[in-house]
Design a protein around this ligand. Structure first.
Ligand code: LMR
Length: 403
């Protein structure tokens, strides 16, 4: 059975970690996977997480199975984190939430649900997008299509091209959007642009599936979710894949959620029953610990406050280091775009779509021990006071390039 199996290529993102680990150079820099690092280059456990874990350890009485869709309080708290405490979707009970192993798990559960209820549906991905999106949605009957998103001339959103492409989609097609901190570009629509996206989806009877992995990293948890009432104002059906890897620093606990907004409470219950089937045949029911932490924190006003402070501090460090990175390039006379390096400051979230081309990315890795995703995506959170100068020197040495 295994005799004909040849090795698969390394993962576009996590494969970099393996290569980085093998690199013996002491001054190597990992700007690959989207993982927050502090000034010392560590990925800390948030203080609030430690506090919540202490309470959980002291109080948990059983490790029996969770319901297939997860703990009901978890589902409610996730919905409130998305919508705030008062929204008609919540009042009318039109949304169901299922606790998934991470945000990727949420996307995969959504893909399996589509395979069950809408086989052969077309799934539209932004160009560019997270390299795992095509893999998560491909491989079955779902068809993958792309819509333009990024304008290389302006380093911004190409809204007109995006809407034109989506205007050609068929009713029932699914459109993957990024809630905030678009991965890899860091370019997000404004509220007005979200309105236009929502109206285009409504006109075409398309269904959005919003990948929401960075809530709290652009502005704050509320403002980063401002697209949701806009979409729900125009559309009866919306899917949201939440990840708590980054905003709670719970990467290896694999905790996320899939929330499905439908047009009525009975429909939400029906859809949830189908999602339960998907989960049952995949991993049966979800892992408990990470979601217990999220539940403990979101359900306690004092812990929630502490969490929001720590989240704001992570975002603040990233914004500060973006500035320093751009200034470091300016100081060396290096411009990563015809318009200068100001775009680095304007991008949201952990990533800078640096506009470094594949040759520069390769030379940075081989000649300088600096690792980033092949698209030129830099995890800005991997830049610190102690490596920013070396990074800027290395980029000056390889040249800005034309992606
Ligand atoms: C990333 O894009 O680097 C993160 O979302 C981690 C991952 O799963 O790829």
């Amino acid at each position: 059975m295994f005799g004909h199996v040849t090795p698969a290529p390394p993962d576009a993102i996590f494969g970099l970690n393996d290569a980085f680990a093998k690199d013996p150079r002491p001054d190597k820099i990992n700007l690959g996977a989207g993982v927050y690092r502090d000034e010392d280059g560590r990925t800390p456990i948030l203080r609030v997480v430690k506090e919540a874990e202490g309470r959980i350890l002291a109080n948990e009485a059983s490790k029996s199975y969770l319901p297939i869709e997860g703990h009901p309080d978890y589902g409610r708290l996730v919905r409130e984190l998305l919508f705030g405490t008062d929204h008609e979707v919540l009042r009318e009970g039109r949304a169901a939430t299922v606790h998934t192993p991470g945000g990727t798990g949420a996307l995969r559960v959504a893909a399996d649900l589509l395979e069950d209820i809408q086989p052969g549906a077309r799934v539209w991905l932004s160009r560019p997008t997270w390299p795992n999106h095509p893999a998560v949605f491909g491989g079955g009957t779902l068809q993958i299509a792309e819509y333009p998103y990024f304008d290389p001339e302006t380093n911004g959103l190409d809204l007109e091209a995006m809407l034109e492409a989506l205007g050609g989609a068929d009713p029932g097609d699914v459109v993957i959007l990024h809630g905030c901190c678009h991965n890899p570009t860091g370019v997000d629509p404004t509220a007005e642009q979200w309105r236009r996206v929502a109206r285009t989806l409504a006109a075409g009877r398309l269904v959005p599936l919003v990948d929401f992995a960075y809530q709290g990293f652009a502005d704050d948890v509320r403002r980063d979710a401002a697209w949701l009432p806009i979409l729900c104002g125009e559309l009866p059906e919306v899917m949201v894949a939440s990840s708590f890897s980054k905003n709670f620093g719970l990467y290896n606990e694999r905790v996320g959620a899939l929330t499905l907004v439908t047009d009525s409470a009975p429909r939400a219950a029906a859809v949830l029953s189908r999602v339960r089937q998907v989960v049952r045949r995949n991993y049966s029911n979800p892992p408990g610990h990470g979601a217990a932490i999220v539940r403990e924190i979101l359900g306690d006003p004092q812990l929630r406050r502490l969490w929001l402070e720590e989240l704001a501090a992570m975002g603040g460090r990233i914004r500060g280091i973006r500035r320093q990175f751009a200034e470091g390039l300016d100081a060396r006379g290096v411009s990563l775009h015809a318009s200068g390096n100001g775009f680095i400051d304007r991008q949201n979230g952990m990533f800078s779509y640096s506009r470094l081309g594949p040759q520069q990315v390769e030379r940075l890795r081989i000649d300088h021990g600096i690792y980033m995703v092949g698209s030129g995506r830099i995890n800005v959170a991997g830049i610190t006071q102690s490596n920013v100068d070396r990074l800027c020197d290395a980029i000056a040495a390889v040249g800005p390039g034309t992606p």
